[in-house]
Design a protein around this ligand. Structure first.
Ligand SMILES: Cc1cc2nc3c(=O)[nH]c(=O)nc-3n(C[C@H](O)[C@H](O)[C@H](O)COP(=O)(O)OP(=O)(O)OC[C@H]3O[C@@H](n4cnc5c(N)ncnc54)[C@H](O)[C@@H]3O)c2cc1C
Ligand code: SF4
Length: 337
């Protein structure tokens, strides 16, 4: 049985108290929400905070305010189950509810939070193992070692950004509010993730994620398609998030569908690299045009070209690359139909 190491556990009641504790405790302190990522990592000796600060009693982090007209603010400690079941999110941001529903299992969704999901540690077959397993291969660059077993000549870690909500947040243009004793800042989801499996966030350890701001929901649609081995509960090994805005026109396509023009688009791939990957060529292929079969194929080809998964998660990486094309077709077809 894997046991947790010893640590001090703190339960602040206010944001001011929480950020003071983390500032006073130094780099060896870490926040915890549901603990479904942090505690397994501590048991595997991948993350070893001396002080663990729970964010679950900070009432501001448990709230959902606003709606699709004004935009919505979701507190970082709102559980994934509450995201899936919230009537406003289901009505105005169905893509968020749908993506959250694919995360882990119902029991883990009762514990796991949206904030913890957006700050998830990066994953790799050579890293997500117990201490003895990692010791047997002399560890790796991400923790305790000096070689990357995926790309031995590389000085960079290629562990994979594996959250289902991250590509969706980037696609729809979400923003994150961070608070520390030094003040507050709001960061675009699109610039929050680093392409580095070790230093994967644009966030200092002393910053508390307070809430997530979603833009007004008028005039756009989004889809999330997830590839995994077991539908019941696996991390994504590819996720395609597509965001489209349409302008209604009176014309029709040869197959009889309305030829509405795409006025804005973002296609984002998750589960294949240390950060979410925006496929700008795919968006450019469809912006200003009607979304017919040819354009969907062109956008999907651009996603295929851009996807460069490595051999460090489930499934053969060449096949995951192929699936980037298929899942982009799936996402765009869903939005067109
Ligand atoms: C079996 C299993 C299957 C899973 N499947 C999936 C899956 O399919 N898809 C997926 O995306 N995830 C999956 N997960 C990962 C995880 O359950 C979810 O991502 C969950 O949402 C994490 O939230 P949490 O509150 O438990 O995070 P925690 O473990 O509490 O925290 C995660 C990280 O975020 C930090 N943190 C948390 N809240 C804050 C805050 N407010 N401010 C600053 N830092 C904070 C913590 O310090 C930690 O580094 C799975 C986990 C398990 C164990
Ligand atoms: S990508 Fe390389 S350095 Fe990073 S976790 Fe995997 S083996 Fe370790």
């Amino acid at each position: 049985m894997m046991r947790l190491p010893k640590f001090t556990y703190r339960t602040p009641r206010t944001i001011a108290e929480a950020v003071k504790i983390v500032a006073d405790s130094g780099p060896e302190a870490q926040f915890v929400a549901g603990g479904t990522d942090l505690y397994p990592n501590m048991k595997r000796r991948q993350q070893l905070p001396k002080t663990v600060i729970s964010v679950m009693r900070l009432s501001e982090l448990n709230q959902i305010n606003g709606d699709g007209q004004s935009g919505i603010r979701i507190g970082a400690s709102v559980t994934l189950t509450d995201i899936v079941e919230n009537p406003i999110i289901k009505r105005d941001y169905p893509v968020i509810a749908a993506a959250a529903r694919t995360i882990s299992t119902p029991i883990l969704r009762n514990m796991g939070t949206i904030g913890g999901n957006l700050l998830l540690d990066t994953r790799c077959n050579y890293y997500d193992q117990n201490y003895e397993w990692r010791k047997a291969i002399n560890f790796c660059l991400k923790k305790d070692g000096d070689v990357c077993w995926v790309a031995p000549g590389s000085s960079k870690c290629w562990a994979v950004q594996s959250s289902d909500l991250v590509p969706v947040m980037v696609a729809i243009g979400a923003r994150f509010r961070l608070v520390s004793t030094m003040g507050e800042r709001v960061v675009e989801a699109a610039s929050f993730y680093n392409d580095d499996g070790i230093d994967y966030l644009q966030k200092r350890p002393d910053e508390l994620l307070v809430d997530i701001h979603l833009p007004p929901a008028n005039g756009w649609r989004a889809s999330y398609q997830k590839l995994r081995r077991r539908g019941a509960f696996d991390f994504p090994v590819l996720g395609v998030a597509a965001y489209l805005k349409f302008e209604t026109t009176s014309g029709t396509l040869p197959d009889g569908r309305a030829s509405d023009t795409v006025t804005d688009a973002r296609i984002v791939l998750g589960g294949i690299a240390p950060s979410p990957v925006q496929v700008r060529d795919a968006a450019e292929a469809i912006i200003g045009k009607a979304l017919d079969e040819d354009r969907i194929q062109t956008a999907a080809e651009a996603a295929y070209i851009k996807a460069r998964p490595l051999d460090n998660t489930d499934f053969v990486y060449q096949w995951r690359k192929q699936m980037a094309r298929q899942y982009t077709i799936r996402a765009l077809t869903e939005l067109r139909d």
